[in-house]
Design a protein around this ligand. Sequence first.
Ligand code: GRF
Length: 218
Amino acid sequence: MARLRLAILISGRGSNMRALIGGCREGLIDAEVALVLSNKAEAAGLRHAAGAGIATKVIPHGDFPDRVSFDGAIDRALTTAGADFVCLAGFMRLLTPGFIAKWRDRMINIHPSLLPAFPGLDTHRRVLEAGAKITGCTVHFVRFETDTGPIIAQAAVPVLPGDDETSLADRVLAAEHRLYPMALSLVAEGRVRIEGERAVIEGLSADGGEALLINPGG
Ligand code: GRF
C-alpha cells in the first residue's frame, strides 16, 4: 500500500491535528501530512502546522455562496496538495453529499463520544444530562449522516462525580490524542477493511491483546 498523503481539516485549536502530526513525525503513523486546511484564518492549529513546516491553507466558508462551492474549493485544494486521505479534526462545517461520496472510505473523523451514542454538538453537556457513567471518543469513516460511519476504534472514559463539561471534555480529549493516531496508523498500515458498514481490523489477536478499546484509567 502506498504511503498515505494526509490532509487534516481543522477549524480551531487543532490539538488532535498536533497528535496526528506528532504520530507521523515519530513514525507511529506511516503517512505524511501534505496539507492542513482550515475554514477559519484564526484557527490556532494553523500556526502550529506552519511552525512544523507543513503547508497550510485557509478557505473561509463565508467567501462562497453555498456549501457545494465551498466543498469544491476544498476538494481542489486537496487535489493540488496531492492529498489522498482526509482527517477531520475539529472541522466545524457540514460537508456536502458530493464531497463525502468522492472521499468515501478515504476520510475519517474523531467524535468525542462513544458513537452511536451522542452524535452532534454539545456532546459532553448531553452526556452529563443523561447521567451516563462511561463516555469516550470514536474514530470513524465519514458517511452522509453526521457522526455516522464504520467505527475504527474507540476509547472509554469514565464520567466522574462532580464532572462538569470542562473537566469531562479535558479527560476525553486526552483519550482522543491517544486514539486518533492509533486508529490512523491502522488505516495507514492497510489493516482496516470495510465490510458492509463495519470496519474490520486485520490481525487483531482474538483475546484482545491489541485492544482497540482504551479502557477507563488505562
Ligand atoms: C475534539 O473534541 C474533537 O473530537 C471534536 O472537536 C474537538 C476538536 O479539538 N470533533 P481540537 O481542535 O482537535 O483541539
